[in-house]
Ligand binder design. Structure first.
Ligand code: BTN
Length: 258
């Protein structure tokens, strides 16, 4: 039972053998009025998985957890940008507890396995607003992926990071529970990241902070500096060598030095 009867936050869970993308599927069901908030769509295989910034997310069938949930947030829409960030906090924490792997977050919401001398991306999050009311939140986690199956050399998996257990069901359950918990706190605080402790938890888990970074902004601009903070809007604040601080709302970050 993945849905806990005593607290029906998750209203419907469905496992699909193969789908283009759980996000795409849940977005179209939502548009068609065919999905309730609290729906969880899990796929054994995605044939056209999608990542942030228009990228593809591909992984062999059953090598990980690929799922999307439908939310109808009761917090002001200008704070919805926190949803993927708090999902990162929830997933990183749940993986650390259930699989015994050290995890961290690379801004905005890459989930990393953090070893003694390397960091590898083991998960990603893609949140999409469907209409004025709904958000589809997709999470992809590499669970049993082997070295020769890694899409890029900087990727990893729970198994490669030495996880204690790689059964996907308990991991999914733990991630959903942790998400429900953080999302509940955030909602109760009307989406305020500070009073719900989401901001503090995010900053504590974000390994980008304090690092030298190169940011590729959506317009093509490149920014070099030190990542000094995450602000109340979830933006990464980058300080240049001259001390000029700039908040970055979206983009691709490269960690330059440990
Ligand atoms: C990223 O790191 O760029 C985000 C990756 C998000 C992947 C997940 S897998 C389940 C859901 N369906 C998709 O097509 N994408 C997300």
């Amino acid at each position: 039972a993945l849905l806990h009867e005593e607290n029906p936050f998750w209203t419907h869970l469905e496992v699909l053998e193969s789908v283009t993308s759980t996000n795409t599927e849940l977005v179209s069901r939502t548009r068609a009025g065919e999905a309730r908030p609290g729906t969880v769509l899990v796929a054994e295989e995605q044939t056209a998985g999608r990542g942030r910034l228009g990228r593809a997310w591909s992984a062999p069938a059953k090598s990980g957890l690929f799922f999307s949930v439908l939310l109808r947030p009761h917090a002001p829409a200008e704070r919805w940008g926190w949803i993927p960030l708090l999902a990162g906090v929830a997933a990183a924490g749940a993986l650390a507890r259930t699989a015994g792997v050290d995890t961290g977050l690379k801004w905005p919401n890459d989930i990393l396995a953090t070893g003694a001398d390397e960091e590898r991306k083991i998960g990603g999050i893609l949140a999409e607003r469907v209409d004025g009311e709904h958000v589809v939140l997709g999470i992809g986690l590499n669970v049993t992926l082997r070295e020769e199956e890694l899409p890029v050399p900087t990727a990893g998996s729970l198994a490669l990071a030495g996880a204690q257990g790689t059964d996907r069901d308990p991991i999914l359950r733990a991630v959903l529970r942790a998400f429900e918990d953080w999302y509940g706190r955030w909602t109760a605080a009307d989406g305020d990241p500070a009073s719900s402790d989401v901001l503090e938890a995010y900053a504590a888990g974000c390994v980008t902070l304090g690092r030298s970074v190169r940011a590729m902004l959506p317009g093509g601009e490149e920014l070099l500096g030190e990542a000094v903070a995450v602000d109340g809007d979830g933006r990464l604040v980058i300080a240049s060598e001259q001390g000029v601080q700039r908040p970055v709302a979206a983009g691709d970050i490269v960690h330059l030095r440990p």
